[in-house]
Design a protein around this ligand. Structure first.
Ligand SMILES: Cc1cc2nc3c(=O)[nH]c(=O)nc-3n(C[C@H](O)[C@H](O)[C@H](O)COP(=O)(O)OP(=O)(O)OC[C@H]3O[C@@H](n4cnc5c(N)ncnc54)[C@H](O)[C@@H]3O)c2cc1C
Length: 533
């Protein structure tokens, strides 16, 4: 079977990038909705014309057999998929390319790789799907090292074992979302972790970045689904015991979750899975005012009810996603279960939303054993998985799109939202001349929401990186100053590190460094994320 080609610079499959006519049409319609003009379409630079430095592996003696120092492998492992990655890839700038890519087949290969890297003075960058949006896989070569090697875990791609009694599954770290769901689906099970990057990201990447997935409440992060984990470190394997929960000291899984490739390679994990939901209840409720929707989400999660989806989208986002055209904010609500009746929970949620001024758009759809949903939810889902493609396409017509996300207390949300909206809108005007900012809640907790923002702006070709950096800094400063977190689920990487350094308690850095020295005494792994090496 021929593998469908992935785009070397942008999101997803290469064949989804439109021709000039398609780009012009997209720029025209979206530009109109956003209130500024798209530019003449430009084409991305083909992979054969990409600019990258010579590899230090040209002269190196006998690398392991699973190394590839060819240009294509290096190009495809240079960046993640944040705006600045796309912008550089689009113009063929792969100056940050690693010197080689390693594709280990076994844990023995990983151990051999550590020994080789130490001997040859290399750094190693664990690489899952390469969908990081925070510079997690882009590692400039430290002056003291001879080369950078991306370590691609694509051969660790299987669901190895299922325990149907405990409802857990042993899954390898390099397995991609669709492969995991396909294998579990054959047993009637599901991990049900669907980040927007689901198709192109891996279990190891999710655990290493503490990714946020499908569930709006309760099981919001991959953290909540990890039973035990195995990470191969330069100091030896680190494997935790399979336990549903434990009160024995600090959580050893906690050292692995969020380690962002700095401590070892996550080769496998036992994950908590569930039976595929057969019952679903879905509805959507519109609100004339966004703040009434905010109040409704708070009432619902503090009831407490635990909707699987509780996504409040503001009016601009509802418009751009084809969910509402009358200037309303919309709350997409869903409950799901294998066999627990959902009618009561949904009725209570809708009642609470009504009390806050909400108006159900249509009657709730209850489904048993079938997939699908109400029209607003379906429109939302379609545009949710299509949005990353749109981001890449808009780059070709001079429109910058990026997202940032956070979490805060309910008490702090109103002030944070006001400051963020003012500061980012101001930065967009000042730096780009125009721009739009939208907001939605991706996750909600009894004590606060996780708001997620998207900005759109025209950029000056050639200045897009500095323009992006100014807008991003305005957003990050506002988040940091208002006591919110620099990331609810996108991770720290290199991009968020300055603000993460302010957020974490001062002793946390010393503790992190001590753990790093224990797991990776020679400092081989991913220097530059989480703390200054
Ligand atoms: C369009 C788009 C949508 C996204 N949507 C979401 C979302 O809904 N929720 C969310 O949480 N994030 C989202 N992200 C961010 C990204 O997908 C997540 O951070 C994801 O968890 C990264 O997984 P990956 O396999 O691509 O890891 P990579 O990008 O390859 O790596 C990310 C980090 O993890 C480390 N790493 C990777 N694999 C391993 C391993 N096996 N062992 C040790 N370290 C490892 C890397 O060194 C790096 O520091 C999105 C990104 C994009 C571009």
């Amino acid at each position: 079977m021929v593998e469908r080609a992935r785009c070397h610079w942008g999101w997803g499959f290469a064949d989804k990038f439109p021709d000039e006519g398609g780009l012009r049409a997209l720029g025209g319609s979206l530009g109109m909705a956003l209130g500024f003009e798209a530019q003449e379409p430009r084409s991305p630079r083909p992979i054969g014309e990409a600019q990258l430095p010579a590899s230090t592996f040209g002269a190196r003696a006998r690398p392991p057999f699973f190394f590839d120092a060819g240009p294509e492998a290096r190009i495809r492992h240079t960046y993640g998929r944040g705006f600045r990655d796309l912008a550089r890839g689009f113009v063929g700038d792969f100056s940050a390319a690693p010197d080689a890519v390693a594709f280990p087949l076994t844990e023995d290969d990983v151990e051999a790789l550590f020994a080789y890297a130490e001997r040859e003075r290399l750094v190693l960058v664990p690489f899952g799907g390469g969908t990081s949006v925070v510079g997690g896989v882009e590692c400039p070569r430290p002056a003291s090292r001879e080369g950078v090697v991306a370590v691609d875990l694509r051969h660790f791609d299987r669901v190895l074992e299922v325990d149907p009694v405990s409802l857990s599954a042993r899954i390898q770290g390099g397995a991609f979302g669709p492969a995991i769901e396909a294998a579990l689906g054959r047993e009637g099970l599901t991990l049900r972790h669907f980040p927007q990057s689901f198709e192109f990201s891996t279990l190891g990447g999710w655990i290493a970045t503490r990714a946020g997935g499908h569930f709006a409440t309760l099981y919001t992060h991959i953290d909540d689904l990890v039973e035990s984990v195995r990470m191969v470190t330069p100091a030896g394997p680190f494997e935790t015991r399979r336990l549903p929960a434990s009160g024995a000291g600090p959580d050893p899984n906690g050292l692995v979750k969020g380690s962002e490739g700095t401590l070892g390679l996550i080769t496998e994990a036992w994950m908590k899975v569930r039976r595929r939901p057969r019952k679903r209840a879905q509805t959507s409720v519109r609100f004339k005012r966004f703040e009434d929707g905010v109040a409704a989400v708070r009432r619902i999660v503090q009831a407490p009810l635990y909707p699987a989806n509780c996504r409040l989208i503001d009016a601009t986002e509802a418009l751009l996603n084809g969910v509402d055209f009358q200037g309303n904010a919309v709350l997409l609500l869903a409950f799901e279960s294998d066999d627990v009746p959902l009618e009561g929970a949904m009725q209570t949620a809708v009642e609470l939303a009504r009390e806050c001024g909400g108006e159900p758009i249509a009657a709730t759809r209850f489904q048993d054993g079938v997939s699908g949903g109400d029209e607003s939810s379906a429109a939302w889902r379609r545009s949710f998985f299509e949005a990353p493609y749109v981001q890449s396409r808009l780059l070709a017509v001079g429109i910058m799109v990026d997202t940032f996300e956070t979490a805060c207390t309910w008490r702090g949300f109103e002030a944070l939202h006001a400051v963020l909206t003012a500061d980012v809108t101001d930065a967009l005007k000042r730096v780009c001349g125009a721009g739009r900012l939208t907001c939605r809640f991706t996750h909600a907790y009894p004590d606060g929401p996780a708001p997620y923002y998207t900005f759109f702006a025209p950029f000056r070709r050639g200045s897009e990186l500095s323009q992006w950096a100014e807008v991003k800094a305005a957003a990050s400063e506002a988040i940091s100053r208002n006591g919110a977190t620099i990331t609810h689920h996108h991770a720290v990487g290199r991009v968020h590190r300055p603000w993460y350094e302010r957020e974490r308690p001062p002793l946390m850095e010393a503790a992190l460094r001590a753990v790093k020295r224990t797991f990776d005494p020679a400092g081989l792994l991913n220097p530059g994320v989480l703390f200054d090496p």
